[in-house]
Write a protein that binds this ligand. Sequence first.
Ligand SMILES: *[C@@H]1O[C@H](CO)[C@@H](O)[C@H](O)[C@H]1NC(C)=O
Ligand SMILES: *[C@@H]1O[C@H](CO)[C@@H](O)[C@H](O)[C@H]1NC(C)=O
Length: 190
Amino acid sequence: MRESRRIFLLCLLTFWGICSASEDQQQITVKTGDDVTLQCWGPSRDVIELLEWNKPDLKSQDYVYYFRDERLYKNYQHPSFHGRAELRDSQMKDGDVSVILRNSSVNDTGKYDCYVGYGGRSELITTITLKVTDSGAGTRHTKNGGDNDGHVGLIAGLSVAGLLVVIAVAVGLVIFRKHNSSICQSPAEL
Ligand SMILES: *[C@@H]1O[C@H](CO)[C@@H](O)[C@H](O)[C@H]1NC(C)=O
Ligand SMILES: *[C@@H]1O[C@H](CO)[C@@H](O)[C@H](O)[C@H]1NC(C)=O
C-alpha cells in the first residue's frame, strides 16, 4: 500500500516536472515589420513586484522590458526597444506579463527570458526563441499572427516522453521492490 502510494507520487512528480518544463519553451517565427506577442504568465494571485524581459545576447546589461515599483524603467531598456515594447495588459490581469513588440526587425531574432518577481523571490517563467525573417522571402506562415508556432507540438512530444518515463519508473520500482524483498528474506532463510 505504502509502496504503491510512493510510485503514484513519483509518477505525479515526474509528470509535473516534464509538463512544467514544456511550458517554459516557445518558438515564434514572424516576418519583418510584424508585431509579436512574447507570452508569459506570472502568478495570478500574488502581486507582481518585478518583471524583467531579458535578451541574453544583447551585448549590454539592458533589458527588453523592466518593470518595478509599478512602472516601466525606460532607462534600463535597450535603445532598440524604446517605444516598441509594451505590456499586453497594462494591469497584468491574471498574471499576464506578456509584452508586445512592435515592428519587429531581423535584429530581434534571438532568445527572450521572462523573469517575474513576487513574494520576495524571482523566477524564470518562460524562454521564447524568436525568429524574424525577411519580409520578402516566402515565409512559413503561422497561425494566430505567428504566436506559439511549434509550442503545441513540443508539449505533445514531451508528454509522450513523460508517459514513457513514468511507465519506466513504475516498472523499475516494481522490479526493484521484488528484488529487494528477496534480498531481505534471504537471511531468514539461511
Ligand atoms: C519599423 O522599423 C523600421 C526599422 O526596422 C523603420 O525603418 C520603420 O520606420 C518602422 N516602421 C514603423 C511603422 O515604425
Ligand atoms: C540591426 O543591427 C545592425 C548592427 O548592429 C544595425 O546596423 C542595423 O541598423 C540594425 N537594423 C535595424 C533594423 O535595427
